[in-house]
Design a protein around this ligand. Structure first.
Ligand code: CA
Ligand code: CA
Ligand code: CA
Length: 263
């Protein structure tokens, strides 16, 4: 702390270094967005007969996240010959896998995903946004259509208020027909939470549950047509600790006082 304080308070230090991206984040005084949890590779293949949870393929240090399917038959439904190949979570977040594997959703088995994110990092984080790629699919027979609508709701946990609708979209274009476009650039969705939630801070030890529900299927066999989901992610940033900032301020005040006395 002494070295850092002297660096920050020194008048001799060059300004660019004092404001560098190295120093301030180390003190928690600024924060940059981080991908806290993401799903893009999935686990390959289908498994019948039991509920299946999808652990995040990647998490930020100190975070855990799981997707639980809810519906008529929550078997594992992933397929490595399908997927969004654009390399982004939604449109805005880079770093997604560009190879196959995606999650199917259909009314006959799973229409709802419960998405849980937990913070045990030792620090509070602001949860800024949720991102995903979603490709509505039709059967190709011009009568049966899979899901082409979704609701994202914040359900419960360390954010708030509970049961807040974040976004609802319907009538989305059917970008996949039968198997055409299976591996392609699926439409992306980037949903900010700030306009909807008054409490965006997931404190250390807290979890938050979001519910992503799909609808809009149509036709006699539309319940069986799978639409395809890929590249889900939460973005967030660490909350600067007031104690750190206060210590630095107090330290600088002390140094300045000593300098004045010496002058
Ligand atoms: Ca994928
Ligand atoms: Ca994308
Ligand atoms: Ca909170």
């Amino acid at each position: 702390m002494k070295t850092i304080r002297h660096l920050l308070c020194s008048t001799k230090i060059q300004k660019p270094l004092a404001l560098s991206s190295l120093l301030l984040p180390a003190l928690g005084l600024t924060a940059s967005a981080a991908t806290l949890a993401s799903w893009d590779n999935w686990v390959s293949g289908s498994v019948d007969g039991s509920d299946y949870d999808y652990s995040a393929d990647a998490t930020f240090a100190g975070f855990n996240a799981t997707i639980t399917q809810v519906g008529n038959d929550t078997d594992r439904r992933t397929n490595d010959t399908w997927g969004s190949t654009d390399g982004t979570f939604g449109n805005d977040v880079s770093g997604a896998s560009t190879t196959g594997n995606a999650l199917f959703v259909a009314a006959s088995y799973a229409d709802t995903l419960l998405i849980t994110i937990s913070n045990s990092s030792g620090q509070a984080y602001q949860i800024d946004s949720f991102h995903f790629d979603f490709a509505p699919r039709e059967s190709g027979n011009a009568t049966d259509y899979g899901f082409n609508a979704f609701d994202l709701t914040y359900t419960s946990g360390g954010l708030g208020p509970d049961d807040t609708l974040i976004d609802s979209q319907s009538g989305l274009d059917y970008v996949l027909v039968k198997t055409t476009g299976a591996l392609s650039n699926y439409p992306g969705y980037d949903l900010d939470l700030a306009g909807d939630l008054s409490d965006l801070v997931l404190a250390d030890g807290e979890s938050a549950v979001f519910t992503l529900t799909f609808s809009g299927n149509a036709g006699e066999n539309g319940v069986n047509v799978s639409s395809v989901l890929d590249n889900l992610a939460f973005e967030g940033q660490v909350i600067p600790e007031p104690s750190s900032a206060a210590l630095i301020m107090a330290g600088c005040a002390g140094v300045l006082l000593m300098r004045r006395r010496r002058a």
